[in-house]
Ligand binder design. Sequence first.
Ligand code: PBG
Length: 327
Amino acid sequence: MNAIRPRRLRSTGAIRRLVAETVPQVSSLVLPAFVAEGISVPRDIGSMPGVKQHSLDSLRAAAATAAELGLGGIMLFGIPASKDERGSAALDPAGVLCQAISAVKAETGDELIVMSDVCLDEFTSHGHCGVLDESGRVDNDATVELYRQMAVLHAESGVDVVAPSGMMDGQVGAIRESLDNAGQLNTAILAYTAKYASAFYGPFREAVDSSFTGNRRQYQQDPANRREALRELELDVAEGADMVMVKPASSYLDVLADVSAVSPVPVAAYQVSGEFAMVEAAAERGWIDREAAIDESLLSIARAGADIILTYWAAEVARRYVAGGRG
Ligand code: PBG
């Protein structure tokens, strides 16, 4: 006979709930949302069933719902009507992202944390996250100058948190300096600290109408590397990051656990478009239990140490958690 029986604590739902180490929280979820310039009816994104390119009006409504559900925040991505080599539309104070920030802020006030993507890939014709030098490589320092201006514009539009996602060296410190010089002391920075050059961003390209081909291996991290994430963490924290992020989430839970074990600031993880699309596609074919897979994926990300989770399922799972009394 076995004297020790771990199954005792698994025998009913009530006891499993009692001893659960990780409890999903609606207030830790952030909904990424896309807004396209010049459309009045939201558009479907083929590879991301249920996710839309919003109009300003439908974005406002989605943000209001997010606030009502008690989500932690919304992360805004803008899709300009026209793109060019330098991503000029990103620096237009009347551009789509600035308009989206003020519209959402006006709608939800202090109820919902409004975050914005500070990056050029949605705005450049070539789809890279920065401007190119004569040899066609992404120019780190010239790009950071543009991120500075972009972050200040977002802050002036009322954003709570700017999220630089381009993996340029020095981007966090430069943005902090520019925000402070502009008097935007309360605008926080969520740094994309360990962002990997990942195949799982595939569907996002369609979501932001990107014509990008090639890869971002000259600036995003190599999926082979784990230790490097801690070096990026140290730098971002020293440069003034208020929060840090690991991205993608599911294939990088080891990195997430490492970062969360030592980070002095809150850690976010981004469950990206490909992670979303794979579950949706398998579920559509009846190959996987959709809701169970979604819940398990989010639980795993939280268990690995994420304090904050960005997920396209944020609103859906919030409804489910609240209904199930787990909010
Ligand atoms: C860059 C950015 C990307 C994503 C978020 N911010 C694309 C990339 O780095 O290639 C991907 C998010 C997703 O796949 O859900 N602005």
